[in-house]
Ligand binder design. Structure first.
Ligand SMILES: Nc1ncnc2c1ncn2[C@@H]1O[C@H](COP(=O)(O)OP(=O)(O)O)[C@@H](O)[C@H]1O
Ligand SMILES: [Mg+2]
Length: 374
């Protein structure tokens, strides 16, 4: 999937922006505060109905507007895949208002869940804060893993929803206290079943992702030789989930919540036997995160389940020129669609493979103009 057209209304300082000639690689350049990141946020709004910056929806809507809207048209094959035939795709529209409500339309029909939207335009984001995937809480790494599982395993989302529901019910009962094993058993059984299924899907995905990550990192940072990804399922590996829930029954009832399960899963990134988050430099951490995100795009393409679109904000931050070139070479080799920001257009021209065409857009005070094509 790739975006061929984009229309943005009232996202931050972008009042009305229409881009009708999007290409494989789209560079947005302009000075600080011109609206470059807001263009990427608009695409993210279209793919996920929310921003990637931690801010509220309200802050995304232009101060003098009551809602913001993004329309896009996708094509089945990326314009970056030169050999591919670009077939007309689906129009998508997302609107958010100040009360936080979302209206989502796909192909002219209203849809109710963001999950339906996320399947239309798989997005990967790399920003100056991306190292947080390594250094932050496990939730972000579970989200990273689940993004991949969601796009390759269609049953996953339904099972994940059922698991969340059972977990909520079981925790409600546990919080009330004075409950018997029988009272809990129905939810525990459901939890064990859906939790086991989620873990199986995650494990299967992880096993094919890890070699892609190794392959990418060998090109991106050959000096980081002993990088290793480890999957932690969220309970003792020697036990089935059902057994772990049984073993945890006393402490679960004492403390009023379910301790073990896929809600505690994590991915550990190790460098020479130490946690990468604790030993690598910021720049190395950013490289590892780029590697993780490139690996997911590579895997999706290899599995033939589509291509993801990369949104890259401020690539050079924390990366030296040689590593920026390597990241760009790998991105170009994936033939995924890319939206990338920089202050001076020469920054990207100097790191992107010269053989690849770039569509340039100049951003100035919320106005975006197609600039020149190489
Ligand atoms: N809700 C809003 N309404 C109007 N302007 C906003 C809003 N939120 C942010 N801005 C402004 O939008 C401009 C663009 O921000 P941003 O896209 O982050 O710039 P860039 O990435 O080009 O540095 C900034 O000048 C910012 O002050
Ligand atoms: Mg910015």
């Amino acid at each position: 999937m790739a975006l061929t057209q984009l229309q943005i209304s009232n996202v931050r300082n972008l009042l009305h922006v229409k881009l009708s000639n999007l290409q494989g690689v789209n560079v947005f350049f302009g000075c600080n505060g011109s609206g470059k990141t807001s263009v990427l946020e608009s695409i993210h709004l279209l793919g996920m109905a929310r921003s990637f910056r931690g801010s509220s929806v309200k802050s995304l809507i232009n101060h003098s507007a009551s809602c913001c809207t993004v329309f896009g048209t996708t094509a089945v094959d990326s314009p970056a895949a030169k050999e591919g035939v670009t077939r007309a795709g689906v129009p998508i529209g997302v609107q958010r208002n100040r009360s936080g409500e979302a209206q989502i339309k796909i192909g002219g029909k209203q849809v109710r869940t963001v999950a339906e939207l996320a399947g239309q335009l798989p997005l990967q984001i790399i920003t100056a804060d991306s190292f947080g995937l390594l250094t932050g809480a496990p939730g972000a790494r579970r989200q990273y893993l689940d993004w991949g599982v969601f796009h390759v395993e269609h049953q996953f989302f339904g099972q994940w929803q059922r698991f969340q529901r059972s977990m909520k019910q079981r925790n409600n009962l546990l919080r009330r206290g004075k409950i018997t094993d029988e009272e809990l058993s129905a939810w525990t059984r459901d939890l064990a079943q859906t939790g086991t299924a989620i873990n199986e899907h995650r494990k299967a995905y992880f096993e094919i992702l890890a070699p892609c990550f190794k392959e990418i990192m060998a090109k991106l940072a050959p000096s980081l030789v002993e990088l290793e990804l480890l999957y932690r399922q969220g309970w003792d590996r020697q036990l089935t989930y059902s057994e772990a829930l049984q073993q945890g029954f006393v402490s679960d009832t004492e403390q009023g919540y379910t301790h073990s399960g896929p809600q505690r899963a994590d991915i550990r990134v190790m460098s020479a036997g130490h946690l990468a988050a604790e030993t690598l430099s910021r720049g190395q951490q950013k490289l590892v995160v780029c590697g993780l995100k490139l690996a997911q795009g590579m895997l999706m393409a290899r599995l033939g389940v589509g291509k993801c679109t990369y949104l890259i904000d401020d690539l050079p931050s924390e990366l030296d020129n040689a590593h920026s070139i390597l990241v760009c070479e790998l991105l170009a080799s994936l033939k995924s669609q890319v939206f990338i920001t920089c202050i001076d257009q020469r920054e990207i021209r100097s790191v992107w493979p010269p053989s690849e065409g770039l569509a340039m857009f100049h951003v100035e005070q919320g106005v975006v103009n197609g600039y020149a094509e190489q």
